[in-house]
Ligand binder design. Structure first.
Ligand code: ADP
Ligand code: MG
Length: 697
C-alpha cells in the first residue's frame, strides 16, 4: 500500500524548516533569522542574501527550477506567480540565481485581486513580502515562499496580514498577564488544529454536471431513496479506493511537513474528514491551504474529484471545518489546560473568563468570520451549529464558575472509573465532562473548538478575530491587575464579576432545539440567520474601535473587507442562478420534451390499435409532467427577470440583500419543480447523474 520506506525521512523532506536552516546557514545568519522569527526583529539585506542563496541551493537539490511568492489574497484561496532561477550571463550560458531582494519582496502585477476599493486597477502596484515565520517549501518543482500581500500604500490585501498582526497583539497582552503570575514565558502564541471535511466523488459523474463544475455544488437533485438515515457511513469501514486516496494524500502532506493524523468517514455518504496535529497559528493557516490544494490534486490522480464546498448535496450533511484553538507559551505550557484541580488554577480561570467575555461581547464578529453564501446552507440547518453563538463549558467548569459567582465552596468531583462489566477489559478513568456536538464554541478539555467554519474557507479570518477579541479582554484585565493592591482578591473579584456579567453566553444544552432559539432570544443573544444579516455588523463602531486599537485593520481595510465579502456573496449566487437557468433551459426542459414525446407517441400508437384500453394513467402522467414543465419554465422566466433587475442595483449592500431575499427564493422554487420532474421522468431520459448515482457508487 504505502511505498514510503522511512517515514521519518519523508516527513518534512520538502520543507526549509528550522532543522535545515540550522544545517545550511552560517551560524550568525541562523541566529539573526531565529531572532526575527521569535522576537520579530527586522532582517537586514545582507542576511537575506545569505538565506536566499542557501534556500536556492537546497531547493535545486529537491528538483526546483522555479520560485514563487505564495500569498493568500481575499479570494480565500492561494495565489502564486512563478519565476525561474535562471539568469543569463552574457556568453550564452546561464547561472541559477536567487537574491535576498527577490526573497524579501515581490511585485506581482496582481491588480485583478479583490481589493474592495482599496486601490483602483490603474494603481496596480501590489507587493508581496516574505514572512520568515512560516516555512518555505518545494512543491511541483517550485520553491514556494510564504508571503504577505499589500498595496502600494501599505494596506493589507490578503488574509494573512491581519492574522500575523493579531498574533503579535495576543502575545503582548497575554505576556502582561503571565508576568503577573511570575511565568518565565517569553512568547505566547495561538495554536490551531483544523479538522477538514470533504466529499469524494467519481470524476465521470462530476464531468456530467455543469453545476458541480461551475459552482462546486449540485443545484438540482431529488432526495435519493437512501440518504444518511441509517447512520452507516460515520466511522464506517473505508472503501479500498478511498483508502488508497487517503494514504496517497497523507504521503504528499507529510512531505510538506503537515502531520495529517486522523482520517475517517463522516456522517454523509461519500464524506470524509482529515485532521492534522495542531501547530502554531500562522503555520496552521498555510498548512490548511496546502491540505485543501493537495486534496484536490491527489483526487485527480485517482480519477476522483474532491468537493470542498460547504453544501454539495441538499438534504445531506454538508462539510465544515472544526477550528481547535488554544494558547501556548514558548515554555511548552498550554494556557487552556485546566490541570487536575481547575478550581484552584486561578491563571486558567482568568484566561477562561477572558474568553467568555470575548465571545459574549464579540458574538457578531465570530458570526461574521464564518459567513458566506455557501455556509448559509449549513448554519442552523440541524447539521451544524445554529447561527447563534454560545459556549459549551461542560458540567465541571460550569459548576466551578457557578461556585465562584455564588461565593460558595466548590466540591471537586470524584474521579469515576469506566467499568465495562467485562472482566478482562482494562479500567480507565472517565473524563470529568461529556461532550456536546451541537455547540458552536465548545471547550474540549484543553482547547476550544469553534465549529461554525465552512469547509472551503480560509481559517485565517476566524482566528484573527479570536486572537484579537481575547487579546482585548486580556488587555482590560491586565490594566486592572497591574494596578491592584491586593492581587489575589482583585483577580478573584474580576473573575466573579466577568462570569456574572457574561454568563448568558454559556449554554450546555442542545443547540439544535427550537427551545434554544427561543431561550437565546430571551437572553438577548444575537441570531444572525444569514450572511447578509451578519455582514453589516462587521463595521459596527465597537468592532472598528477594536481592530483599530490593536492595529489589526484600519477603518479603510475593514470597509474594504466588508465590500469584498458582500460582493463575493452576490457573485457566488449570481453564478449559481445563471448556471441553474442554463441547465434548466438546455438540459432539463429538452429532456422533458423528449420524454413527453415518447409517452405521447406510445399512447397514440396504442390508441390506434383501437383496443379497449383504459388510458387514464397515460393521460394523467403526461398531464402531470406537462404541468410541471410549464411551472419550471415559469420559474426560469421569473429568475431571468429578477436577475436582470439585480444588474441595475449598484451598491454592494442592497445588491447582496436583493440576492438573498429574491434570487435565492427564486432558485429554491425552480429547484422544487425540477427535482419533482426527476422523480417522474424515466432514468434514461434524465440528462445528468442523480444523487443515488453520485453518492452510492
Ligand atoms: P478531539 O477528540 O477533542 O476532537 P483530537 O485529539 O481529535 O481531539 O483533536 C482534534 C484537533 O484538535 C486535532 O487537529 C488536534 O491536533 C487539535 N488540538 C489538540 N490540542 C490542541 C491545542 N492545544 N491547540 C489547538 N489544537 C489542538
Ligand atoms: Mg473534534
Amino acid at each position: 500500500m504505502s511505498n514510503i520506506g522511512n517515514l521519518k525521512e519523508v516527513f518534512s523532506s520538502m520543507v526549509f524548516n528550522e532543522r535545515i536552516m540550522k544545517e545550511r546557514l552560517p551560524k550568525e545568519t541562523y541566529k539573526s533569522l531565529k531572532k526575527t522569527i521569535s522576537e520579530g526583529s527586522l532582517l537586514d539585506l545582507e542576511t537575506a542574501n545569505v538565506i536566499a542563496n542557501a534556500m536556492k541551493d537546497w531547493a535545486i537539490e529537491k528538483g526546483a527550477t522555479h520560485f514563487t511568492h505564495w500569498f493568500q489574497p481575499m479570494t480565500g484561496i492561494t495565489a502564486e506567480k512563478h519565476d525561474s532561477f535562471i539568469s543569463p550571463v552574457g556568453d550564452g550560458s546561464i547561472i541559477m540565481e536567487f537574491s535576498g531582494k527577490e526573497l524579501i519582496k515581490g511585485e506581482p502585477d496582481a491588480s485583478s485581486f479583490p481589493s474592495g476599493g482599496l486601490r483602483a486597477t490603474f494603481e496596480a502596484r501590489g507587493y508581496t513580502a516574505w514572512d520568515p515565520t512560516s516555512y518555505a517549501f518545494v512543491k511541483e518543482s517550485t520553491l514556494f515562499i510564504p508571503t504577505l500581500f499589500c498595496s502600494y500604500g501599505g494596506e493589507a490585501l490578503d488574509k494573512k496580514t491581519p492574522l500575523l498582526r493579531s498574533m503579535e497583539t495576543l502575545n503582548r497582552q497575554a505576556l502582561r498577564i503571565l508576568k503577573l503570575f511570575n511565568s518565565p514565558a517569553k512568547r505566547v502564541f495561538a495554536t490551531i488544529g483544523s479538522e477538514q471535511e470533504y466529499f469524494l466523488i467519481s470524476e465521470d459523474d462530476y464531468a456530467k454536471r455543469k453545476d458541480l463544475i461551475l459552482t462546486g455544488r449540485t443545484l438540482f437533485g431529488a432526495k435519493p431513496p437512501k440518504g444518511q438515515e441509517l447512520e452507516d457511513h460515520y466511522f464506517g469501514t473505508i472503501k479500498p479506493k478511498v483508502l488508497e486516496y487517503m494514504h496517497d494524500l497523507d504521503e504528499e502532506l507529510w512531505k510538506l511537513g503537515i502531520s495529517a493524523k486522523t482520517e475517517h468517514n463522516e456522517v454523509a455518504p461519500s464524506q470524509h474528514e482529515l485532521a492534522p496535529v495542531f501547530s502554531m497559528a500562522n503555520l496552521a493557516v498555510d498548512q490548511n491551504q496546502l491540505t485543501m490544494d493537495m486534496m484536490r490534486k491527489v483526487a485527480q490522480k485517482h480519477k476522483l474529484v474532491c468537493l470542498l464546498h460547504e453544501k454539495p448535496f441538499a438534504g445531506i450533511n454538508g462539510s465544515g471545518k472544526h477550528n481547535n484553538w488554544s494558547i501556548s507559551t514558548d515554555t511548552g505550557e498550554n494556557l487552556l489546560d485546566p490541570g487536575k484541580n481547575p478550581e484552584k488554577n486561578t491563571r486558567f480561570l482568568l484566561f477562561l473568563a477572558a474568553i467568555i467575555k470575548a465571545v459574549n461581547e464579540y458574538q457578531d464578529l465570530l458570526r461574521v468570520s464564518a459567513a458566506s453564501a455557501a455556509n448559509d446552507h449549513r448554519l442552523g440547518a440541524n447539521e451544524a451549529p445554529p447561527a447563534i453563538i454560545s459556549m459549551y463549558l461542560g458540567s465541571e467548569l460550569s459548576e466551578i464558575l457557578g461556585a465562584i459567582e455564588g461565593s460558595y465552596a466548590y466540591s471537586a468531583k470524584e474521579q469515576v472509573k469506566m467499568n465495562s462489566n467485562v472482566s478482562y477489559i482494562p479500567e480507565f478513568i472517565k473524563d470529568t465532562t461529556d461532550r456536546n456536538r451541537t455547540s458552536p464554541f465548545a471547550f474540549t478539555g484543553n482547547k476550544f473548538e469553534f465549529r461554525m467554519l465552512g469547509s472551503s474557507q480560509s481559517i485565517s479570518g476566524p482566528n484573527f478575530v479570536l486572537n484579537t477579541i481575547v487579546a482585548e479582554e486580556l488587555r482590560q484585565f491586565a490594566d486592572i491587575l497591574e494596578n491592584a493592591k491586593d492581587f489575589e482578591a482583585t483577580v478573584f473579584a474580576l473573575i466573579k464579576d466577568t462570569v456574572s456579567k457574561n454568563k448568558q453566553i454559556i449554554f450546555n444544552g442542545n443547540n439544535y432545539s427550537d427551545e434554544w432559539t427561543k431561550e437565546a432570544e430571551a437572553r438577548g443573544l444575537l441570531n444572525l440567520k444569514n450572511t447578509v444579516e451578519a455582514l453589516p455588523l462587521f463595521v459596527a463602531k465597537k468592532n472598528i474601535d477594536l481592530f483599530v486599537k490593536h492595529e489589526i485593520l484600519t477603518e479603510a481595510e475593514i470597509y474594504s473587507r466588508r465590500e469584498i465579502l458582500l460582493e463575493g456573496y452576490w457573485k457566488v449566487i449570481n453564478i449559481e442562478a445563471l448556471t441553474m437557468a442554463d441547465m434548466a433551459k438546455k438540459a432539463i426542459i429538452p429532456a422533458v420534451y423528449k420524454y413527453l414525446d415518447a409517452l405521447s407517441e406510445s399512447t397514440l400508437r396504442r390508441q390506434k390499435l383501437s383496443l379497449v384500453i383504459d388510458f387514464s394513467y397515460d393521460i394523467e402522467l403526461i398531464t402531470k409532467i406537462s404541468n410541471l414543465k410549464d411551472k419550471l419554465q415559469g420559474a426560469v422566466a421569473k429568475l431571468d427577470k429578477n436577475l436582470a433587475k439585480a444588474k441595475d442595483i449598484e451598491d454592494a449592500e442592497p445588491k447582496a440583500r436583493f440576492y438573498s431575499d429574491v434570487i435565492v427564493k427564486d432558485m429554491q422554487i425552480l429547484r422544487v419543480y425540477a427535482d419533482e420532474l426527476e422523480t417522474v421522468v424515466a432514468a434514461e431520459f434524465w440528462p445528468f447523474p442523480t444523487y443515488s448515482d453520485i453518492l452510492f457508487r
